[in-house]
Design a protein around this ligand. Structure first.
Ligand SMILES: NC(=O)c1ccc[n+]([C@@H]2O[C@H](COP(=O)([O-])OP(=O)(O)OC[C@H]3O[C@@H](n4cnc5c(N)ncnc54)[C@H](OP(=O)(O)O)[C@@H]3O)[C@@H](O)[C@H]2O)c1
Length: 337
C-alpha cells in the first residue's frame, strides 16, 4: 500500500541532465525541490517510468526535444495522485501520464514526483497494473495506435502479412506481440540475430534481416510483400516498405531511427492505392487516447510482457539511455522509481 500524501521533506530524488561548459550533457541523480516543479493540478508520486527513444534524445541535449537545461527527462510516468485540485482526480487515484510535454520541456518521469495538468492524466485502465502500464508506456501506446489504424483501415487477420521494422526495439517488439495477439501474420524485420528467438516467442511467423527492407534499386514499385506495415526506422527503410506494400495496403510510420527523410515516388499511392499514415502518440486527443488504452487493456493485451522488459533503478537510467542511442537495446526498459 503506497502512502498517498506528500512527504515532510522539501525535496525528492530526480535525474537531472545538465549541459557542461564543453557543450556535453551529463545526467546525475540529485535532490530536487517540490518548488522546482511546474504548475499543474496534479502532484503525482511516480512509482514506475520507462525508457523511450525520445528520452535518450532529451538526455543527450537534442534541442528539438528539450530546449532548456537543467532538465529531468522521462516522457512516461505512472503513480499515485498525492494532491489534486481537479474534480476528475482524487488523492490516492492511480494514474498514467504518457506524452504531451512530459519529459520534454516539463520535468519528467525520471523522478519521484511530477506535477502535471489534469488533462494529461488517465486513470489506470482496468486489467492492467501500474507496472504493466509502464512496461507498455509510450512504446506500446504507439504500437497500439498503429494497430488501431490498421483495424480502422479494414485490415483483417486474413488480409495478408503485416511487417514491423525495428522489431526488436521497444515499439517494434510490442507491435509484434499485439498484432500476433489478435491473429495477424507478423513479419518482423530486425538487425539483431540474437533477437530472433524472442521475436518468434512474441508471435512473428517470419523474421527478415534489416537489409531486406533497405532496397537501393530506385525501382518505384517492388513486388508486394505485405498488406500493412508499422515502420519505426524512416528514411530508405520507409521508402522500401511503401514500395513493397500490396494494393490498398497501409503503412504507418512512427519513427526516424535511420533518417527523417523520405524519398519515394507517388506510384505506390496512385497505382496501388497504398495509404501512408503518421503516428504522433504524444498529442493523441483524450477521446482516442482512452479508446487506445481500452484496446491495450482489452483485445491487444498479451501475456508475454515479462519477456519483453527488464527493470532498472533510476541510478542506471543514464547508461541505459546511452545504449539506446547506439540501437543496442532490445525490448522495453522499465524504471522502478
Ligand atoms: N511517433 C511517435 O509517437 C513515437 C512514439 C514512440 C517512439 N517513436 C519513435 O519510434 C522509433 C523507435 O522507438 P523505440 O522506442 O522502439 O526505440 P528502440 O527501443 O531504441 O528500438 C529501435 C530499434 O530499431 C532498430 N534500429 C535502430 N537503428 C536503426 C537503423 N539505423 N536502421 C534500421 N533499424 C534500426 C533496432 O532494432 P532491430 O535491431 O530489431 O532492427 C533498434 O533496436 C524512434 O525513432 C522513436 O523516436 C515515435
Amino acid at each position: 500500500m503506497q502512502l498517498a500524501s506528500k512527504p515532510d521533506s522539501q525535496s525528492f530524488k530526480a535525474l537531472v541532465v545538465k549541459e557542461t561548459a564543453d557543450g556535453k550533457f551529463n545526467a546525475t541523480l540529485e535532490d530536487k525541490l517540490f518548488t522546482d516543479l511546474p504548475q499543474g493540478e496534479l502532484l503525482i508520486k511516480v512509482l514506475f517510468s520507462g525508457l523511450n527513444y525520445k528520452d535518450a534524445l532529451s538526455a543527450s541535449g537534442h534541442k528539438g526535444i528539450t530546449r532548456r537545461y537543467p532538465h529531468t527527462p522521462g516522457i512516461d510516468a505512472a503513480g499515485i495522485v498525492i494532491e489534486s485540485v481537479s474534480p476528475d482526480f482524487s488523492q490516492g487515484d492511480e494514474v498514467v501520464v504518457t506524452g504531451y510535454d512530459l519529459g520534454m520541456n516539463t520535468s519528467g518521469g525520471f523522478a519521484q514526483y511530477i506535477r502535471v495538468p489534469a488533462r494529461w492524466a488517465v486513470h489506470r485502465p482496468a486489467n492492467l497494473s501500474l507496472k504493466e502500464c509502464m512496461i507498455i508506456g509510450t512504446s506500446g501506446f504507439t504500437a497500439a495506435s498503429a494497430v488501431y489504424e490498421f483495424i480502422k483501415h479494414g485490415i483483417k487477420p486474413g488480409s495478408g502479412k503485416i511487417l514491423v521494422t525495428g522489431a526488436s526495439g521497444a515499439v517494434g517488439s510490442m507491435a509484434v506481440a499485439m498484432l500476433a495477439q489478435v491473429g495477424y501474420k507478423v513479419v518482423a524485420s530486425s538487425g539483431k540475430q540474437e533477437a530472433i528467438a524472442l521475436l518468434k516467442q512474441l508471435g512473428a511467423i517470419e523474421i527478415i534481416g534489416r537489409e531486406e527492407t533497405d532496397d537501393h534499386s530506385e525501382k518505384p514499385l517492388l513486388p508486394p510483400r505485405w498488406i500493412a506495415a508499422l515502420d519505426t526506422v524512416g528514411g530508405n527503410t520507409l521508402s522500401t516498405v511503401i514500395r513493397s506494400t500490396a494494393e490498398r495496403g497501409i503503412v504507418a510510420n512512427c519513427g526516424m531511427l535511420a533518417s527523417n527523410k523520405l524519398d519515394v515516388s507517388v506510384f505506390p499511392f496512385i497505382l496501388r492505392a497504398v495509404r501512408l499514415v503518421g503516428i504522433a502518440s504524444a498529442e493523441t486527443p483524450m477521446s482516442r487516447r482512452l479508446e487506445i488504452w481500452n484496446l491495450i487493456s482489452g483485445k491487444l493485451k498479451f501475456s508475454k510482457l515479462d519477456k519483453i522488459h527488464r527493470s532498472i533503478p533510476l541510478s542506471e537510467v543514464p547508461e541505459a539511455l546511452e545504449r539506446m542511442l547506439k540501437a543496442s537495446t532490445t525490448g522495453k526498459i522499465l524504471v522502478e522509481i
